[in-house]
Design a protein around this ligand. Structure first.
Ligand SMILES: [Zn+2]
Length: 518
């Protein structure tokens, strides 16, 4: 008899299976008649309480017109959880027939024993193991299918893909901005390194950045149109052809030429806008900036007194970008001294004395940044945390290295010699790399290349036993000989990336972008 009704419960479980819910079903029987039915629907209806037993109890109460279900037997394919066991006790169900045990969450004896608790006022009679195999097989089958689908989805997802984890970006931003605040430094969050992805910019804004900056006015325009409220900073000195957009879509820019100042002022008048200026001072890195302090002070006075719609926010400098000059107490000291001179001439404080970018952080945490410096422009130090320890021997505690993760798919597996065969000329990029002869090794080839990356040496495999041998435009070659993972064709390989690879992959149309929201 019990088997007949358990079959009915299984029918309910199949209804759950068909809508991709964990297949569990229940029926309630009184006097040989089914008075309640239910199947698991918690995902579909987004309700944690919609287990099959609860639905069946509700159905029976409805049909019988009361909250007590005396003389009723419930048939359920899987041992009830604590919530459902509690409901079964509360409804005074007389008999409970269970298909298979739930060793992880069962509350009828497997994990807890709610249905046989002497302190509670009702204990149904419990019977296990009716159609146990069918009830357990339907679950096993469901989870096997789920794993298969997931694997299929993984293979069919588009690769290569650059994943941005917003929560990790937010956390890193708060760590860096708070650390900087301890040194009296405000942070402009720089987004050009990841192609200006707008959701990323928003996390940096939430995480305590005072401005959001980019070298590309197009990226700032997108943020302006999205309604981001922080001041937007253009960190490349403006081109004459983009002045109108610069005034329209940013609030502050870096400038080093008098003529550019004039054009900006004229356009600011046109647009009836007061626009902020940071004058650039070259401290020896030989990229942009006014080279003499005297000229810098004159330009500051000119901006302050002659240009009606510009406001001198401050001065700034750039280091280690072109000339590889390290930020130091001496060169930043010159910036601080120039700021002091300008403040004296203008008889007011400057809002911004910007001492560079990420590469100033190592000096800052060692206490070497002069007090007068109150601003840094940071992107890399927040979202590519592997660069600082690698190149600058500086580790900021708590930073997550997985803000950006690059994933690519294996398209060939082979065993080949490590040294090319034949007379060596140059590779596809006109270089002759050094090839170490390590004998025959197991290798994998990825559909990812220098066209996407810039330079494959900027990849850091998450599998520590994997070696990046090199790349051509479209293929990256990996040595997987010592890997503990048995790689198969179609498998996905994950990398952390250094700044250059982030810059390139984030802008490549051939690298998919996936934003992981919290
Ligand atoms: Zn339950």
């Amino acid at each position: 008899m019990d088997e007949i009704y358990m079959k009915e419960a299984l029918k309910e479980a199949y209804k759950a299976y068909e809508i991709n819910e964990v297949p569990i079903g229940a029926v309630i029987v009184r006097n040989g008649e089914i008075v309640g039915r239910g199947f698991n629907q918690k995902e579909t209806l987004k309700d944690a309480t919609l287990h099959s037993e609860i639905t069946a109890i509700k159905d029976a109460c409805n049909n019988l017109g009361g909250w007590r279900l005396p003389g009723c037997t419930m048939y359920v394919t899987l041992e009830p959880c604590p919530m459902c066991a509690g409901a079964i006790v509360n409804a005074r169900i007389e008999r409970l027939v269970i298909g298979t045990r739930d060793l992880k969450a069962g509350a009828c004896g497997s994990v807890l024993d709610i249905t046989n608790h002497h302190m509670l006022n009702h204990q149904p009679e419990v019977k296990f193991g009716v159609l146990e195999e069918e009830c357990s097989d339907i679950l096993k089958d469901f989870f096997a299918q789920l794993r298969k689908n997931k694997k299929q989805e993984d293979i069919m997802e588009r690769y290569p893909v650059l994943e941005l984890n917003l929560k990790k970006l937010y956390n890193n931003t708060t760590i860096v901005t708070r650390l900087c605040e301890d040194y009296g430094i405000k942070v402009a969050g720089i987004i050009k390194g990841f192609g200006g992805i707008e959701e990323g910019a928003e996390e940096m804004a939430k995480g305590g950045c005072r401005q959001i900056g980019s070298s590309r006015i197009e990226q700032l325009k997108a943020l302006k149109e999205r309604g981001l409220e922080l001041p937007l900073l253009l960190v490349r000195i403006p081109m004459m052809c983009e002045i109108e957009d610069v005034i329209k879509y940013s609030d502050i820019c870096l400038v080093s030429e008098k003529e550019t100042l004039n054009l900006l002022n004229k356009e600011a008048i046109n647009q009836n806008k007061k626009y902020g200026i940071v004058l650039m001072y070259d401290l020896g890195d030989l990229r942009e900036g006014v080279f003499s302090k005297k000229e810098l002070v004159q330009l500051a006075e000119y901006t302050e007194y002659e240009l009606s719609n510009l406001y001198l926010e401050g001065i700034g400098s750039n280091l280690s970008c072109y000339g590889s000059v390290a930020p130091a107490a001496e060169n930043l000291g010159q910036l601080a001294a120039a700021a002091a001179d300008i403040e004296e001439k203008l008889n007011r404080k400057l809002n911004i004395v910007s001492g560079g970018g990420t590469t100033t952080l190592p000096l800052m945490v060692r206490g070497g940044v002069p007090k007068k410096i109150n601003h840094l422009r940071i992107g890399e130090g927040i979202n590519n945390t592997q660069d600082l320890p690698l190149y600058w021997d500086t580790d900021i505690e708590g930073l997550d290295s997985d803000v950006f993760v690059l994933k690519a798919q294996i398209v060939e597996l082979n065993e080949k010699p490590t040294h090319p065969i034949g007379r060596l000329m140059v590779n596809a990029f006109g270089d002759l790399p050094h090839y170490e002869d390590r004998g025959i090794r197991k290798r994998a080839i990825l559909a990812l290349g220098n066209q996407d990356l810039g330079d494959s040496s900027r990849l850091i495999p998450k599998d520590k036993d994997m070696i990046v041998l090199g790349a051509s435009s479209d293929h990256t070659i990996l040595d997987i000989h010592d890997c503990k993972t048995e790689y198969k064709l179609g498998d996905i390989v994950e990398f952390n990336i250094l700044y250059q690879a982030m810059l390139m992959t984030s802008l490549s149309d051939y690298v998919h972008k996936k934003i992981i929201k919290y």
